[in-house]
Design a binder for this molecule. Structure first.
Ligand code: SF4
Length: 443
């Protein structure tokens, strides 16, 4: 949304972003604010877990306000969104990266007929209509080196001071798209056929870091891409540019990475990451079971993970590992292998200068992902059941401090997809989260 707003503002439109979640606004208040502002258009970023909230907000907006939607849910289930009567003034559903198409629509909604990847509700037939004429496909992959740097005035909580103190931080995007096809992931390549995978020029990334530093005093950056450290050639190019720009003595940065790529990198390259200010690498570790890792298409093995975590933390780079419990077909023994994998990684990094922390989630299916199609193909569940997300309170009514920080991630469709019953999945998840919390507090 920040990118869309920044681009539209640069084209001369008057734009605002309302981050209802950061500001703690209820649905009624969001509707009031939008209706009072009376914009020509409102845009929604539709995501599966919050889709219902977005639809309820849309239902209460002044019918004079035109609606455009985008986001993962719009891409995965466009027909369902177009048929949803709560989006009564839906004039455009934009699939994929929308900067240039959104600006065209703001100019005139009738431009939709020539824009690729734009759909709307046919006013006469009621069904979905699709735009696009030859020669316009460049809209689907804007030149990410030419886009203006995100204007942080649109953000309610960026730059931010981290909860535990430390330097002012800002989030950044250094790459778009991911070439892997992990079965559970909304960024999986097969779920995003519209996306051209690309990385920004290192010089362009550095220029944004310097710009955010000059304007806001930020010295810590989080590259929040689906996958930043994902290609060895890019990592090497980036590190040469970071070294030349002396990034390591000026800033620290966190990034997402991939275990199979980092496992292949030699020690010298990992040392260059550390020397250039890499503070933390986030890795999708997911499971301690080789069978599950192969089932979800992860293309890693537990010993690769051990090797990468060990080498990074030894160099003083922290590692954040993501894990999933309750994956489809997972057995009790396989879930325990994941729990043991977490403990093993804690032990392995006990005396290392870098820390290892685990972030554990309950599996839930996301529309459009390989796992979504695989579950539907079993014929056991329909889409409504798979989309029936509800909040799960693992905080003991807010009393359990260890679980509060990640409360927003505790939601579920309450279906047991493997051998392990959900009560057990959640007990093991809470055990790990508590143990992780104690390790952080005890440091
Ligand atoms: S989990 Fe990571 S590597 Fe796998 S598809 Fe998603 S973003 Fe790509």
């Amino acid at each position: 949304m920040g990118y869309l707003a920044t681009y539209a503002a640069a084209q001369g439109y008057t734009v605002g972003v309302l981050d209802g979640e950061s500001l703690g606004l209820g649905l009624d208040r969001i509707q009031e604010i939008v209706n009072e502002a009376a914009p020509r258009w409102v845009g929604f970023n539709l995501l599966a877990p919050t889709y219902e909230l977005s639809a309820r907000i849309a239902a209460g907006l002044d019918p004079a306000i035109q609606i455009m939607v985008g986001g993962h849910q719009a891409k995965a289930m466009p027909e369902a969104v177009i048929a949803d009567s709560r989006f009564a003034r839906l004039e455009a559903l934009v699939v994929g990266e929308g900067e240039t198409r959104v600006a065209e629509l703001l100019d005139d909604r009738h431009h939709r007929v020539r824009l690729p990847g734009v759909m709307w509700r046919d006013p006469i037939l009621g069904g979905p209509a699709t735009g696009g004429v030859p020669g316009m496909s460049w809209h689907l992959a804007p030149d990410i080196n030419a886009l203006p740097f995100v204007d942080r005035r649109f953000f309610a909580a960026d730059p931010y001071r981290p909860a535990g103190g430390g330097p002012l931080e800002a989030a950044m995007v250094g790459a778009r798209g991911c070439p892997y096809d992990c079965s559970f992931c909304g960024a999986a390549v097969s779920a995003n056929p519209d996306v051209t995978i690309r990385t920004r020029e290192p010089s362009n990334i550095i220029a944004e870091m310097d710009d955010v530093h000059t304007r806001h005093g930020v010295t810590a950056f989080r590259l929040v891409d689906d996958l930043f450290l994902g290609y060895e050639r890019f990592i090497r190019r980036c590190m040469v540019a970071f070294t030349e720009a002396d990034i390591g003595s000026r800033y620290v940065w966190d990034a997402t990475g991939r275990i199979n790529i980092l496992a292949r990198a030699d020690d010298a390259l990992l040392e260059t990451l550390a020397a250039n200010g890499c503070r933390e690498v986030a890795l999708g570790i997911e499971s301690g079971s080789e069978r599950i890792l192969s089932h979800i298409g992860k293309r890693i093995r537990p010993e690769l993970t051990r090797d990468v975590v060990h080498r990074l933390t030894r160099l003083g780079i922290n590692v954040k590992g993501y894990f999933i419990l309750g994956l489809p077909t997972e057995t009790y023994a396989e879930l325990e292998a994941t729990v043991q994998h977490v403990h093993e990684l804690w032990n392995l990094t006990e005396d290392a200068p870098g820390t290892f922390r685990a972030s554990v989630f309950e599996f839930r299916p996301y529309p459009g992902t390989p796992e979504w199609h695989r579950i539907l193909a079993t014929g056991r569940y329909d889409k409504t059941q798979l989309l029936d997300y509800s909040a799960v309170d693992l905080t003991d009514d807010g009393l359990d401090e260890a679980m509060r920080a990640r409360d927003e991630f505790n939601f579920s469709v309450n279906i047991q997809f493997g051998e392990v019953d959900l009560g057990h999945v959640r007990r093991r998840l809470v055990d790990l989260a508590r143990a992780q919390h104690e390790r952080l507090v005890g440091r």
